[in-house]
Design a protein around this ligand. Sequence first.
Ligand SMILES: *[C@@H]1O[C@H](CO)[C@@H](O)[C@H](O)[C@H]1NC(C)=O
Ligand SMILES: *[C@@H]1O[C@H](CO)[C@@H](O)[C@H](O)[C@H]1NC(C)=O
Ligand SMILES: *[C@@H]1O[C@H](CO)[C@@H](O)[C@H](O)[C@H]1NC(C)=O
Length: 476
Amino acid sequence: MRVFSLSSAKTVVIQNTKNNCSSCSGNKSTKNISVWARKPLIGILTGALSLSLLVFSPSSIAAGSLSSRYQLSPPSSADYCRDDEEEHLEAETAPDLVANEAIVEEAWEIVNESFLDTGRHRWSPESWLQKKEDILSSSIPTREKAHDIIRRMMTSLGDPYTRYLSPAEFSKMARYDMTGIGINLREVPDKSGRLKLKVLGLILDGPAHSAGVRQGDEIVSVNGEDVRGKSAFDVSSMLQGPNETFVAIEVRRGNCGRIQSINVQRQLVARTPVFYRLEHKDNGATSFGYIHLKEFNALARKDLVTAIKRLQDLGASYFILDLRDNFGGLVQAGIEIAKLFLNKGDTVIYTVGRDPQSQKAIMAETGPLVTTPVIVLVNGNTASASEIVATALHDNCSAILVGEKTYGKGLIQSVFELHDGSGVVVTIGKYVTPHHLDINGNGIDPDFHNIPSWSEVTKHLSDCKMLKQGHVEPCC
Ligand SMILES: *[C@@H]1O[C@H](CO)[C@@H](O)[C@H](O)[C@H]1NC(C)=O
Ligand SMILES: *[C@@H]1O[C@H](CO)[C@@H](O)[C@H](O)[C@H]1NC(C)=O
Ligand SMILES: *[C@@H]1O[C@H](CO)[C@@H](O)[C@H](O)[C@H]1NC(C)=O
């Protein structure tokens, strides 16, 4: 099971696969479904799901929905340990096959729990329940038929981004694997409220799973460094490294289990999306860094930080960040990248889920890596996570936007694996700019169509800041 948040306008990436794999779901994937019992999976799934909106600010996670779920079971520590072991035993001995009906129901429940209807608002829990009764009133003879039903069920929601993924399409999503070893980490509070890093999702037969890591394991150290107290995002990037190299991790199974050392061979399907060079102008008197970011995948932030530091060492006095034709990717990567340019306490973005009242502000928690002016290049294909970065920097007067109006996709999807290796992508939220504008369907207007002179850039940014201050404290 694996979930992560995605915001990309480029649906073709995963839709136009040549080999339709619905016919091969009978051999490889069905063999592997046995790993988790159904109940815990749904619990974790929904927990992780609500996190996908929150995950961007680790401190809010402690207060998030996960804590309430995890508080249900542990009255005494002895009981807690036993529960944990039983859960694992049950997981390992679960039945080998998942019924076709169960797969359909699994997809139905994901939508029931989390779908955000941002379109014509036709969705209601009542109509959705009716749909389930209609669909499950007769038996589903084949897996292919089940997938077909899920496909139509998703289409009926009328959301262009909510869709079914065949096993082949789903496995292409592995390029968004945040760790490069096929696990999904979350901060989970224990009884005393201390955050632990637990494996909440695991790619079946992925590197970590093959090496013996199991769902629910706590990650204690990475390459000898104690990771307790670090965020899931930080530890995910510590796990990343060159393809086929090894990473040594220590995990604790269950709450009172012993610590186990496991060597995992990385298998990185993501390629670097960062390309950069130092450029000179004014006859070499000024140097600036040009950085092209093509996609917000698992390597985006890490490789961007490396690029920025190198360019700074080489004497770059400002940066051009090229987000043209960048359709997005991982929401979290977009947010973490925006934070590199913002002051502590600045708002990156607001996210809104099904409950419109629950708008969440995501803020930068540390100081910026870049304090020099930034020029962000945008065009009509600058979408989703790219728009998060562009507006966050723009609204805080850290950057000017140059080019064309952006695409206007402000919806967040989560990607879920179903028990048989297929999956669904479901719209679960949307985001709103620091100035409270809905990006979706609107796009962002650039400040300039062509790169202006340097004096215009600095004037524009200082005017922006003055205007902001005037806004905060109205004069007279
Ligand atoms: C479906 O969602 C509703 C809330 O919208 C909830 O009350 C209900 O229990 C859910 N049904 C199932 C079967 O999960
Ligand atoms: C990683 O290594 C494997 C095996 O050599 C190879 O098939 C795969 O393409 C490599 N991935 C990348 C991103 O280089
Ligand atoms: C950035 O945003 C924060 C709050 O979102 C605001 O207080 C601050 O003034 C902004 N900074 C600038 C330079 O606009």
